[in-house]
Design a protein around this ligand. Structure first.
Ligand code: AMO
Length: 437
């Protein structure tokens, strides 16, 4: 490794020390016999000051000819300088150019020239050089770390289920077919069937940071075709309430960690994050219909909440002081085949969603663990029982009561950071029209 210091490790108290820094030329200013190079690294910006009189001719010439965004490493004495970023500057004795950036640049990483999201995503590497854009991904990393740590503390086992599958897990239509030798195969929509099968093994609490592939044709600010999710399943639950409690604790742990460890990034984004209060409200689907009707929006029983309905509900909840709230007891008819009916009437289910300011970020349920009921429900959904042979087998020989959920990380980030488009929360998003970079 090249021995260097990050900008965050430097301060004016190191006055007089010889320091090595490395990064990209964020800006270059030339004023006669004086050149300023602003060097950007992962953590911030350091100013190199080159007074023609005090630096070697070679170093001065290198700085003079360097293009913006070139990669350099520089060694020199740190000096206190109030006007410079961080209150210090470095007078370089040596500057080495590792890679010269071509000009003009496809995108200006200083953000002085505004660009729309499509242009930014086309030049994503340049876009990610912007500190406020990189901040989103530092927060994303922190949020996943917090989730993992919380679940490990609660004795969940991290698993990896197949990403290549032979049967739909979430209903049938939204699958990406792939070429898999002579067989029919698809990219996995979720780990659903596998995490449930594991409940029959004794691994009674599992999670996966999973990729969902969804061949949905939506082209909205809320939808992606490749999604990252935290997918959990646990056995020996009493009912879905056990899962709701886990979710509350997990969300609070995740947001708390971000707030505590990402202050700089939150500031860069100009956001304010508050830690949600527990317990989150539980509100039954039928009550949601009543509230919506009072607000002038009529949905009939059995309809899923539309985007408009979710938004309206978000407004109603906001007035009542709720940011996160669970919608529970959904009609069985609109939930997947594996969902546990509320009772023998089979009208309601033990499925729920977690809403965050008018948008679903989690869905989950208690699952059916009885083999015969599961077969009935597969048939009731007009799905072919023979496609579920390996899955059903796990229910024949001892399956405990269980349940779980899937949490969309991009949706969570988008809402938490108030991003205007879900694509902002993915390094290299995949949508209907975007397969590159
Ligand atoms: P579901 O299909 O509701 O449930 O997905 C769970 C969560 O994943 C996110 N999500 C999406 N985010 C962006 N774009 C999409 N196209 C998209 N699709 C889903 C959402 C959603 O709440 N197997 C169940 C989970 C379970 O019951 O355990 C499932 O996949 O945030």
């Amino acid at each position: 490794m090249i021995k260097r210091r990050y900008s965050s490790e430097l301060s004016s108290e190191m006055d007089g020390k010889v320091i090595t820094v490395a990064g990209w030329v964020n800006e270059k200013r030339k004023m006669g016999k004086l050149i300023f190079l602003l060097i950007r690294d992962r953590d911030g910006i350091v100013q190199l000051t080159l007074p023609g009189k005090f630096v070697s001719k070679e170093v001065f010439e290198t700085a003079k000819n360097i293009s913006k965004e070139s990669v350099v490493v520089a060694r020199g004495k740190l000096q206190k300088m109030e006007k410079a970023p961080g209150g210090f500057e470095i007078i370089p004795e040596e500057i080495k150019v590792f890679a010269r950036a071509e000009s003009p640049l496809p995108l200006d990483p200083t953000g002085k020239v505004p660009a729309n999201l499509d242009t930014r995503l086309d030049s994503r590497v340049m876009d990610l050089r912007k500190p406020e854009i990189m901040a989103i991904f530092k927060i994303r990393s922190q949020i996943l770390k917090a989730a993992r740590e919380y679940l490990y503390r609660k004795s969940f086992l991290e698993i990896h289920s197949p990403r290549i599958i032979s049967t739909a897990s979430e209903g049938g239509t939204e699958l990406f077919p792939i070429a898999y030798f002579e067989k029919e195969a698809f990219l996995a929509q979720s780990p659903q069937l596998y995490k449930q099968m594991l409940m029959g093994t004794g691994m009674d609490a599992v999670f996966e940071v999973a990729t969902y592939f969804r061949a949905e044709e939506h082209d909205t600010i809320w939808h992606l075709n490749e999604i990252t999710a935290i997918d959990c399943e646990m056995a020996f639950i009493e009912d879905e309430e056990d899962i709701l409690t886990l979710i509350e604790n997990l969300i609070v742990a995740m947001v708390t960690e971000v707030k505590e460890n990402c202050q700089k990034e939150i500031e860069l984004l100009g956001r304010d994050i508050s830690i949600p209060e527990k317990p989150f409200l539980r509100i039954e689907y039928s009550r949601v219909l009543e509230l919506l009707e009072e607000a002038g929006l009529r949905l009939s029983f059995g309809e899923d909440l539309t985007t408009e309905a979710e938004k309206k509900l978000g407004e109603i909840m906001k007035e009542k002081g709720h940011v996160f709230y669970f919608v529970t007891k959904y009609p069985l008819s609109i939930k997947p085949f594996y969902t546990m009916p509320e009772n023998s009437e089979q009208k309601l289910s033990r499925a729920f969603d977690l809403e965050f300011s008018g948008r679903e970020i989690i869905s989950g349920s208690q699952r059916i663990h009885n083999y015969d009921l599961l077969v009935d429900r597969i048939k009731a959904k007009d799905m072919r029982v023979e496609n579920f042979g390996a899955y059903l087998k796990a229910f024949k020989y001892g399956m405990p009561p269980h349940g779980g959920f899937g949490m969309g990380i991009e949706r969570l980030l988008m809402l938490l950071l108030n991003l205007s488009n879900i694509r902002e929360a993915v390094l290299f998003p995949r949508d209907r029209y975007r397969l590159r970079p």
